[in-house]
Design a protein around this ligand. Sequence first.
Ligand code: CA
Length: 452
Amino acid sequence: MTRRHFLGAAGAFSLAAQARKPNIIVILADDLGYSDLGAYGGKDASTPHIDSLARNGVRFTNAYVSGPYCSPTRAGLMTGRYQQRFGHEFNAHTSKPFFDAGGTTENLGLPTSETTIAGRMRDAGYATGAIGKWHLGAPPKFHPNKRGFDEYVGFLGGAREYFPAGKGGVGPIEIERNGSPVKWDGYLTDLFGNEAAGFIDRHQKHPFYLYVAFNAVHTPMQAEDERLKKHAHIADTRRRTYVAMLESMDDAVGTILAKVKETGLEQDTLIFFLSDNGGPTNKYAVNGSINRPLRGSKGDTWEGGIRVPMLAQWKGRLSAGTAYHKPVIQLDISATAASLGTGRINREWKLDGVDLIPYLTGKQRNDPHRALYWRFGELMAVRMGDWKVVRTWDNKQPELYNLAKDIGEENNLASSEPARLERMMKEWRAWDNTLVAPAWPRPEITPPAVQK
Ligand code: CA
C-alpha cells in the first residue's frame, strides 16, 4: 500500500467514525420557578416530558444564568459571553423618561458588534432555527435572520398573550415567519412546539442548531380551559393558571422530544432545557411560580433570581439519571455547542462559557469555573466554590453565604469571615473592571419586596 492509499483509507475511516456532527437543541423556558418541575421537587404540575430529560440525562443542581431578567440572559446565551461586556446589562426596552430624554429604540438590542452562536453554527454547516420569543431587539438589524438564524418563527418582543386575538404584550407581539406575518390559531405554546418539530423534520438529514424560546410561563397568565379544569382544586387562581401553562409547555417539549425520537436522532442530538431567570415571586410580573428553598425572585441576585433548573440529554454520550453539582452557567451552553459544531473554541471569540462535555463525561473533574459573577446595576454577586457574596435590593452591604450549608441564604457570615468576603469582593471588582457601562438604562420597575 502506498502512503497515499494508506492516508486515504485512514481518512475514510475517521470520517465514518466521527459520523455526523451532533444536532443541538436549546429549549428555554421563561420565568420558570426553581421548584416547579417534577425533576426539581415540584408537586402541582405534571411535567413528564421535561422530567424525562433528567431521567435520560443530566440534572444540574447549581446551574445559573448571568442575569435576573429575560433580555440580558438571552444576550449571554446567544453569545457565550457575559452580556455586561457589551452593554446588554438590562432589558432591551426602557422607560418613559428614557424616551422623554430623546432615547430611541434604534440601538436597543443585542449589539451588532457581537457574533452569535447561531452564526458560528451556520458557518460550521449547520441549519439554524429560532422559534419563540426573541427579546434581543426589534429594529431590523437585530432580527434573528440577521443574527445567524436561517429560519425564525415567533415574536420579537418580551411578552405577549397566548391566544391569537391577544393585543397585550411588551414590544412587537405579531407572530411572524422570517419577517412575514403568520396567521395562526390555537394556543401559542402549542404553535412553538409544533414549529420546532417541523424544523427537526425538515432538517433531519443534516446537522442543525435549534433554539426554542417559549414565552411560557411568563405573564400574562392565560391557559386553556380544559387544563384549568384539571386543576380546579388549586384555590389560588394565579397558581392554577401557572400550573396549566407549565403543563402546556411540558406537552410542547414532548412534541419536540417525540420528533427527535421518531427521526432516529436521539443519539445524534444534545438537548438542553433551562429557564432564562428565576420565578418572579415579587410584585413585578408575578406568575405564581415557586423558587423555594431559594431566596428571592426574578429581578434580584439572590439565588431565586439567578439559579435555574437546567437539564441536558444526549443519549449514548451522557449518562442517564445523573446529577451534576458543580456551578455552571448558561454561557456554557453556547461554548459547548460551538465546540461540538466547529471542533474547537476559538480564543478570538473571547467566550466566558466553557465546553461542558468533558465535565459531564467525567474526563475533567475540576470546577468548570473558578468563579461566576453578576452585575445588574448596583446589584452584584460572585460565587466561588460553595461560597457566595451578594448585594441586592434589600441589602446595601455585601453579604456572605455558604450555599452548601445554607441554600436559602439566611445565615450571613460576613462578620465572621471578613477575609473571605474581602477576597471574593476583590475577585468581583477585578471582573467588574473588565466590563463596559450599560448601553441603555434600566427600565423603570418596582423594586421587589423583600422575599425569603
Ligand atoms: Ca424571563
